[in-house]
Write a protein that binds this ligand. Structure first.
Ligand code: NAP
Length: 224
């Protein structure tokens, strides 16, 4: 029986790859989207739910029956500097609260390296790193089976990924370097099947110089 995994922000460049990787793993992604979100052609046949994240009833209806949620929403760069607060903090909190109401225990959040930092150039966009940490904390304090994945700078590169290893660390260990969104998506799907990832903040960047290893093996040697 395939698991039904909700992916919010599934129209985003990481979110749609997470949905694709879930399909590849034999799971059934359910796409949580805004009314205006545009979904790539390859995901048109997936279940879709369109809603406003602040609408608790709509969120409960969209998540009902799911086995897990992957949160890949994130404020898009804009002149509206309230986006990070609305999406990365309150939007995450609304999703976590819906999972608590519905008894959906497994929740994974795509956050960012340097979440929680006050002094950082990225904060010029609405204190985004501060609000991301508020979103992370809502999940960490939820009592759910949570995992936070904090990627470095995201790239669209799809080539050469099979030989590329991920540098995994605990919280606040990495502050630069990049990782292709495809590898972040694979890492999210792997985390869903890796119990050792529960209750962990996992920072990820990647390099062709690193040997690919499983998340489980990596977590056995990662502190924190
Ligand atoms: N860019 C980087 O280098 C970087 C580095 C580390 C971490 N991150 C974080 O990683 C995550 C994924 O990044 P990405 O660049 O792949 O994402 P992205 O392409 O910008 O996609 C963002 C997603 O969030 C959705 N969204 C935005 N505002 C929303 C709202 N008010 N309500 C509901 N959904 C909303 C978007 O929906 P629409 O399609 O409808 O707009 C889209 O599906 C984000 O949290 C981002 O902050 C990014």
């Amino acid at each position: 029986m395939p698991r039904t995994i909700a992916v919010s922000g599934a129209s985003g460049k990481t979110g749609y790859r997470i949905a694709e990787e879930l399909l590849r793993a034999g799971d059934q992604p359910r796409l949580l989207l805004r009314p205006s979100s545009v979904v790539p052609e390859a995901l048109q046949s997936c279940e879709q739910r369109r809603l406003n994240l602040a609408d608790a009833d709509a969120l409960d209806g969209a998540l009902a029956g799911c086995d897990a949620l992957v949160i890949a929403t994130g404020a898009r760069p804009s002149v509206d500097l309230t986006g990070p607060m609305r999406v990365d903090a309150w939007g995450v909190r609304h999703q976590v609260e819906s999972c608590q109401r519905l008894g959906i225990r497994r929740v994974l959040l795509v956050s960012s390296l340097c979440a929680g930092r006050w002094r950082h150039p990225l904060n010029l966009f609405g204190l985004i790193l501060v609000w991301k940490r508020v979103g992370e904390q809502a999940l960490e304090r939820s009592g759910l089976d949570w995992t936070v994945i904090r990627p470095g700078g995201l790239s669209e590169r799809e080539e050469g990924l099979e030989q590329e290893g991920i540098r995994y660390s605990g919280a606040d260990q990495q502050e630069s370097n990049a990782i292709p969104r495809r590898l972040v998506a694979r890492c999210c799907v792997e985390a869903l099947s890796t119990p050792a990832s529960i209750g962990r903040i996992i920072e990820v960047t990647s390099s062709a110089e690193l040997e690919p290893i499983s998340l489980e093996a990596a977590l056995a040697s990662v502190q924190g």
